[in-house]
Write a new protein. Structure first.
Length: 265
């Protein structure tokens, strides 16, 4: 009888919770550890070499402490930089998060697609290669949002985030013309945290492409089915800074962990 799998989900902050939410739905039997690297957040403000130098050994430490069966890097910025390094350094299977340009271009009817990401993600060669490989007859606009991830974290903590602040970040995605933009790739896992507000204030209706469901399907495909009917241990949440989440944040985190109880370490 196979045991419940242990899954480590890692992000620069709280955005990876949008990925975790999908994975826990697909694999409610798993034992989860979520790690937010708040001590280095946001990654978009650091040089690529600094992110690599931090994340690769940090993931090694986390693997040693938590012995996961699989690691999800629920961060576009980190995934576009460190996945090759991680797979060379460690034997644990990894699932990354990359801009969902292929499905967005395949589904767009107007063939005008925008990619909304951090400034680092949209300027990265990895992202440009995805466009070259999969955009084909689509016109793709890259939009680097400097503050949207921070706004998403503030909203999750219960702070008020103004419509104007969000609109300033997303407005460049909307290209007027005939035809006009009909699809926007959410190329940062933080952005779905704001999706309800984003949809409400968007200049017009578009399809917002969230990669989380595809990541959950990939995780599911890599793990054996568990025959263990025992309820897994409570999911763990931790900040790399060592801080404890406030009571308000703990309440906000609970829905992302499915039916599991939530603990923090």
């Amino acid at each position: 009888m196979s045991k419940s799998p242990a899954i480590l989900v890692f992000d620069s902050g709280l955005g990876g919770l949008t990925v975790l939410r999908e994975i826990t739905t697909a694999r409610p039997d798993a034992a989860y550890t979520y790690v937010a690297d708040d001590a280095f957040f946001p990654y978009g403000r650091h040089e690529e070499s600094a992110i690599i130098a931090r994340v690769v050994p940090l993931i090694g430490d986390l693997i040693g402490r938590h012995t996961p069966d699989l690691v999800v890097i629920a961060c576009n910025t980190a995934s576009t930089l460190v996945m090759d390094h991680l797979r060379k350094a460690y034997s644990v299977p990894f699932v990354g998060t990359v801009p969902a340009i292929k499905p967005a271009c395949a589904s767009s009817k107007t063939k005008r697609v925008s990619v909304l990401g951090t400034r680092g993600t949209v300027k990265r060669e990895y992202t440009k290669k995805l466009i070259a490989d999969f955009a084909h007859d689509c016109e793709v606009t890259l939009v680097g949002a400097g503050n949207l991830a921070t706004l998403a974290e503030a909203a999750l903590r219960g702070e008020s985030v103004s419509d104007d602040a969000i609109l300033a970040e997303i407005a460049p995605c909307f290209i007027e013309g005939s035809p006009r933009t009909d699809t926007v790739v959410l190329a940062c896992t933080h952005y779905p945290l704001l999706l309800e507000q984003i949809r409400r204030i968007a200049p017009w209706t578009v399809d917002w492409i969230d990669p989380a469901p595809a990541i959950a399907r990939r995780v599911e495909s890599l793990l054996d089915k568990s025959e263990n009917e025992n309820i897994p241990a409570p999911a763990k949440f931790l900040f790399t800074s060592g801080k404890s989440p406030s009571p308000a944040l703990m309440r906000a985190l609970q829905p992302f962990f499915g039916a599991q109880a939530l603990d923090h370490a």
